[in-house]
Structure formats: structure tokens, C-alpha cells
Design a binder for this molecule. Structure first.
Ligand code: NAI
Length: 673
């Protein structure tokens, strides 16, 4: 029998090698047709049992990436969800109960449904290299494992390690996976097949759960541990916004004594999650992320040396990030102490990223070279400028460096607000100036806006987009209009928040109202983090073109030198990098605060749609989610306007207009939404 996605091969030891190579897909995914074929194959093999079965991928990029997320979008009822989950369970249960040994030979990523298939096997053998990772990251899509993974991961790795992995959605490298008992062996590529065969033929004993794990799994202990888990989860995700992790904890607490029952309940739990708005919106966000990844093609640019000018908040972190991603980087600043700070912060970033991997930390440090005089300029394929936000200062630097740059090199500016056309007037070759606008903090924010000025050439644009992908960021091409996309949308929301501080409302309450909506950080804390001078400069540029006034409070703070985190005081006092918040602050109507801020955010998103700041409407949602962290479970601002009800939101805007003035005038684009 021949199959479209699977290839069944028997060897001389009567071992069946089940090769997966999903057609019309660059990666192996457990699409319906793939599972249907697998079901037939397992039925056939159960009839004439081989000595063992080894699952292997014929794709170079990994084992199995998981279920087909596109199929999620076709599910609209709980019954459809149940049917899909039942079929998956049936196949995994059949694999688990086969009388012969089964082995998953994992080379490259093994995620979600792919990991659940591996967990249904008798053994898992994993390749020992950096790019081979395993995990159950379903929680990131608003669900939890649904093909038996909750039960089987806990049975193999114990409740603490398995729940931690599933609740965070974290992917694990080989050593961690082996230590927790999720995989049985870790071997280099050349021994992978031999090891898989060994496990089939010798059936060595698998690691048992420790006594501690058994105690934690006990029905009397589970509720206590679960309380702690819920507390940890609540620090990151509110139950009303992200129900999946809470349901997963409930599943374990209520049913771990009876794995069969827990498997059935897993189906019910995921069926309810997959059909709710959070999961639907997070799936949408997943596709938006994929769309951003296609904006740049890594092959379009091959830089080997990056030169960053400005070792301040942004330049220092940009340089460190590029070194971390494997580039040779020189970083220049007029102040040696700024460079010393850069090197120190870089070390912290590398340690955080690579943890105990001392070699990667050292190699990244070696790639990052402080440069007080700018000798790196003439060697660089890309020069990134991140100096003071001042047109004259930037232009005087450009005049100095342009003659020293290599003929093919491009110049990227990290400006937040100055139009590229204005900066380019001093350049001999304005076609190679492009905006490469990172967000703060660089290591955490996935987006970079790639800004096309009037003179930026197609080639420069292509190269900058490619660079965005090479450093593992999500590049978004945007028009060089004031504030580009993200700051433009963020600023009215931030200024509304500052306006409210001016009205005497406690910053703590304003931030809380935004957090309640699902923002990752409150606007006042964000303004302090970015720097009130930077905020003011963006707001001033926008004020020239928009219905936007700089609140007196903001001007006052900047005049008095209270610039936020970097000066130790802004709207908050800052101690050891943390804002000191008043725990007793209060305010009666948080909803009104939230509505005021969010409506300005949404209204500005509509304006960007009308002006075509990016090519497609979905890219507004994508840019805003990945550039500001806008509540991902709401699926982006334009999406939210539709799902929350355009008419109701519009009515509220009108009310606010009467109460607070013209800044709440609905943009013309509302009628097209
Ligand atoms: P910063 O004030 O922390 O750092 C600027 C650095 O540039 C200073 O260390 C200064 O010594 C150095 N510098 C100034 N002129 C120089 C010259 N001619 N040659 C060499 N070094 C020079 O500023 P920050 O916040 O890093 O901002 C830099 C750029 O990034 C600005 O254009 C800003 O608008 C933009 N940006 C800032 C963001 C933020 O959150 N702070 C976010 C995104 C963009």
C-alpha cells in the first residue's frame, strides 16, 4: 500500500521505519489526511506486527511541528472540535497500546501534536544539537495539549516539570528534556538510528518518576501545589483573558488519579477552549506573525559586519542583539563611558539568553567590539545610527561618515520620529538611507519597522527587510509618515494617559486600567521607560500633522529634567530599575479610564488604515501587537473594533468628544471598518 505522506519501510530486523514527509508542506504537520493515513497504517501493522516501529521525519527542518493550525480556523462548534480531538486520541491510544515497541526518532523540532505522538511511543530518542527542541506550546494559541499530551507528559516527566513546560509553552533542548524524563536518550546525529534500533531490540527500562513526583501527584497534595501554580500563572495571564492554563491545572488536580478519565476530560477542555474568542484571536496572531516573517527574505542581503553608532539605551542593545544573533559588530559612541555601559549590559543580555552556555556567551562577547573612533565604519555592510533624536546632530554625523562607508553598504537610522526625507537632504546617496526602527527593550520586542523614505531604493528596502529576518525579528515595511505606524498609534493613547495624570488621577490607576484591558505594561510606566524626552519629541512631530496636543504635564516633566527611568524619576520614582508604585492609590471608574485610552488607540489605528501607512489592514494589527504588545488575545486593534462592536465603540467616542473635546472625533475610516 502506498501513502501520500508516509513511507513504510521494513528492515532486516523486521523493524518498521515509518517515514513522514507531508506533501505540499515545507514542514511536517499532523493534517487530517496525515492522521487518516497514519490510522490506516497502524491498523495494518496491528494485523501483522513487526518487531518494532520507528517514527522518523524525512524533512530536513524537523520531526513534526504540530497539528495543522489552519484546520483550527475551520472549527466553529464544540461538536466539530470534539470529533477532531477524538480522532487524534484514538490514533495516539492505538500507538500506545500496540504490543510491539515504538520509538520516536527526533531530529529537529518536535512540537505540540508531534510531541504528543512521540509521547504515545514507548521511547523517545533525541538528537543532541541546539536546533533540536521539544515542547507542548499549545498555551500560546489559547488551548492546551489535546491529543493526550497533558496526561502522558505528566506520566513521563512528573507533574512539576511537565506542567511548568505546558503552562509556559517553553521549548526544551535535549539536556533539559532528558533530565526531566521527557525523552529517553540524547545522542549525536551519527548514532541516532543505531540508538533507535537499540531501544526497539533491547527495550531498556525507562526512568521511573521520583518519590517527590509521586507525592506531588497524590490527590491530597495536588490542590496545594495547584494553588501555587495558579498564583504563578496569574502573574502573567489573567483568567478571564487566558483560560487555558487554568483549565489545564484543573484537569490535573481533578483527574490525575484516573488517566483514562483525564484523557476524556482533556478532549472536553480543549473543545471548549478551541472555540472561544481567545484561541481564535491567538491563532489569528500566529498567522499575522507568519505574514510578517514573509516580509523579508534572508537571502536578499549578506552582511558580515554591522557598525552601530550610539551606545545609549537603544544603540547599545541593538549592537548586543546583532552580536547575539551571530554578526560581527562594532559599536561607536562619543562617550567612552557609554560604551562601557553597553558592554556591561550586553553581558547581562547574553547571560540571560544563553544561561549556563558559557561558550555562546563568550563567542557573543568576542563578536562585539567597542569602537571609540569609528574604525568599523569602513568595514561595515550596514551602519545603524542610534544617536540623539536631533536632526542637525544626525545630519552632521551623516556628512562625516558617508564618505567612509563601503560603496555597497546601507545606512539604517533608528529615529523614532524624524522624517527620512529630512534626514536624507545632506546625503550624496539618499537611496541607501532606510529606517530600521527597533522598539524598547530591543531583546524583548519582536518587531522592527523598516521605513521607506521617498528616496530609499527598492534594493535598500529589500536588504533592510532581509536584515530584520536575519536577526530574528519581525520586519514590517512602513511609509515614512510621522511616527511611522507603531508610535503614531501609541502616542494618542499615551498622551491621553498623561492628560489624566494632569487631571489628578493616580498613574497607578491609569496603568491598572490598561493592564485590565490586557496591555503588557501601563502607559505611564511605558512613557517613563521610553523616556519622556523621546515621547515629547515624537508627540511634537505628530502634533504638526495631527489633532494632538502635548499635555502640559508632559512639558512640565521634561522641563524639570524628570525624564523617567533613565534619570531615576518621571511620573514614578525609579529604584533599581523598578517604578515605585503607591499601593493605596484608588479611583472609582477604571472602565472610563480604560475606554478613554483605548478609544484613542483604536481611532488612530483607523486613521492609519485610511492613510495606507502599511500595505494591508492586517499589517496594522500585526505591527501593533508585535510593536506594542497590544492585548494579543483581542487579535489587534482593527480586529477588535469589529469584534467589540463598531457601533457601540463609535457611540462612546461621540460621548467622549462631547465631554473631552475634538481629539475624540471619529476618524472617517470608521465607516469602512
Ligand atoms: P540615548 O540618549 O540613550 O543614547 C544616544 C547615544 O548616542 C549617547 O550615548 C550619545 O553619547 C551618543 N551620541 C550622540 N551623538 C553622537 C555622535 N555624533 N557620535 C557618536 N555617538 C553619539 O538615546 P536613545 O534612547 O538610545 O535613542 C537613540 C535613537 O533611538 C533616537 O533616535 C531615538 O529616537 C531612537 N529610539 C529610541 C527609543 C527609546 O525607547 N529610547 C525607541 C526607538 C527608537
Amino acid at each position: 500500500m502506498s501513502y501520500k505522506n508516509w513511507n513504510v519501510e521494513k528492515d532486516s530486523d523486521d523493524i518498521c521505519w515509518l517515514h513522514l514527509d507531508v506533501i505540499n508542506s515545507s514542514t511536517n504537520i499532523l493534517r487530517s489526511d496525515v492522521l487518516d493515513e497514519l490510522n490506516d497504517i497502524i491498523n495494518d501493522l496491528a494485523q501483522s506486527l513487526p518487531t518494532g516501529i520507528i517514527f522518523v521525519s524525512d524533512k530536513k527542518n524537523g520531526f513534526i511541528a504540530g497539528a495543522d493550525i489552519k484546520e483550527f480556523t475551520e472549527i466553529s462548534t464544540i461538536d466539530q472540535a470534539r470529533e477532531m480531538l477524538h480522532r487524534g486520541h484514538e490514533i495516539m491510544n492505538k500507538i500506545e497500546s500496540l504490543p510491539c515497541t515504538t520509538v520516536a526518532m527526533i531530529d529537529g523540532f518536535c512540537l505540540g501534536g508531534g510531541m504528543e505522538l512521540a509521547l504515545a511511543c514507548t521511547y523517545r530518542i533525541m538528537r543532541d544539537d541546539k536546533s533540536t527542541r521539544v515542547g507542548l506550546p499549545e498555551v500560546k494559541l489559547g488551548i492546551h495539549p489535546g491529543y493526550g499530551g497533558t496526561v502522558r507528559s505528566i506520566q513521563k516527566a512528573g507533574p512539576l516539570a511537565a506542567m511548568n513546560m505546558m503552562l509556559t509553552g517553553r521549548l526544551l533542548q535535549g539536556r533539559a528534556a532528558k533530565a526531566m524524563g521527557l525523552v529517553d536518550d540524547l545522542v549525536p546525529l551519527r548514532q541516532l538510528k543505531r540508538a533507535a534500533r537499540y531501544f526497539v531490540l533491547k527495550r531498556p527500562r525507562s526512568k521511573e518518576l521520583s518519590l517527590k513526583d509521586k507525592i506531588i501527584n497524590h490527590r491530597l497534595v495536588r490542590p496545594i501545589v495547584a494553588g501555587q501554580m495558579r498564583k504563578e500563572v496569574a502573574k502573567k495571564a489573567a483568567k478571564e483573558h487566558y483560560p487555558a492554563p487554568y483549565q489545564m491545572i484543573d484537569l490535573w488536580v481533578s483527574h490525575m488519579d484516573n488517566p483514562q478519565r483525564m484523557l476524556e476530560k482533556e478532549i472536553e477542555s480543549v473543545a471548549s477552549l478551541v472555540t472561544n474568542d481567545t484561541a481564535k484571536n491567538l491563532v489569528q496572531v500566529f498567522f499575522l506573525q507568519e505574514q510578517l516573517k514573509t516580509q523579508g527574505n534572508k537571502k536578499d542581503f549578506k552582511p558580515s559586519h554591522i557598525h552601530v553608532i550610539g551606545g545609549g539605551v537603544m544603540g547599545g542593545d541593538i549592537a548586543a542583539w546583532c552580536a547575539l544573533r551571530g554578526f560581527r559588530v562594532t559599536v561607536q559612541d562619543q562617550k567612552p563611558e557609554a560604551l562601557a555601559g553597553t558592554m556591561k549590559r550586553s553581558m547581562t543580555m547574553f547571560k540571560k539568553k544563553f544561561k549556563k552556555d558559557k561558550r555562546s556567551i563568550r563567542e557573543s562577547m568576542d563578536r562585539l567590539i567597542p569602537d571609540t573612533t569609528g574604525i568599523g565604519i569602513e568595514h561595515a555592510d550596514l551602519v545603524i545610527e542610534a544617536i540623539f533624536e536631533d536632526k542637525d546632530v544626525k545630519q552632521s554625523l551623516y556628512k562625516d561618515i558617508e564618505p567612509k562607508m563601503k560603496p555597497g553598504a546601507i545606512l539604517g537610522t533608528n529615529t523614532s520620529s524624524i522624517p527620512l526625507e529630512d534626514l536624507a537632504t545632506c546625503l550624496e546617496r539618499p537611496d541607501r538611507l532606510v529606517g530600521i526602527h527597533f522598539f524598547n527593550p530591543v531583546a524583548l520586542m519582536p518587531l522592527v519597522e523598516i521605513v521607506r523614505g521617498e528616496n530609499t531604493s527598492d534594493e535598500t528596502m529589500k536588504q533592510a527587510l532581509a536584515f530584520g529576518r536575519q536577526i530574528d525579528k519581525l520586519p514590517l515595511p512602513v511609509k515614512s509618515s510621522p511616527g511611522f505606524l507603531v508610535n503614531r498609534i501609541l502616542m494618542p493613547y499615551l498622551l491621553e494617559a498623561v492628560e489624566m495624570v494632569g487631571e489628578g488621577i493616580a498613574p497607578e490607576m491609569i496603568d491598572k486600567a490598561a493592564l485590565n484591558f490586557g496591555m503588557p505594561m501601563g502607559p505611564i510606566e511605558l512613557a517613563d521607560t521610553v523616556g519622556l524626552d523621546v515621547c515629547k519629541s515624537v508627540a511634537t512631530i505628530l502634533a504638526g500633522t495631527e489633532n494632538l496636543n502635548l499635555p502640559k504635564k508632559m512639558q512640565h516633566m521634561v522641563d524639570s529634567g524628570k525624564l523617567g527611568k533613565k534619570t531615576g524619576e518621571g511620573f514614578y520614582k525609579w529604584l533599581k530599575g523598578k517604578p515605585q508604585k503607591n499601593k493605596n492609590a484608588s479611583y472609582g471608574n477604571l472602565q472610563e479610564l480604560q475606554d478613554r485610552m483605548i478609544l484613542r488607540f483604536l481611532n488612530e489605528s483607523a486613521a492609519c488604515k485610511r492613510e495606507g501607512v502599511v500595505d494591508k489592514d492586517e499589517l496594522i494589527d500585526a505591527g501593533v501587537i508585535f510593536g506594542t504588545g497590544f492585548a494579543p488575545f483581542r487579535g489587534g486593534p482593527l480586529h477588535y473594533i469589529q469584534s467589540a462592536g463598531k457601533t457601540e465603540l463609535n457611540a462612546k467616542l461621540n460621548q467622549f468628544r462631547q465631554r473631552y473635546g475634538d481629539r475624540f472625533t471619529a476618524d472617517e475610516a470608521w465607516s469602512e471598518l
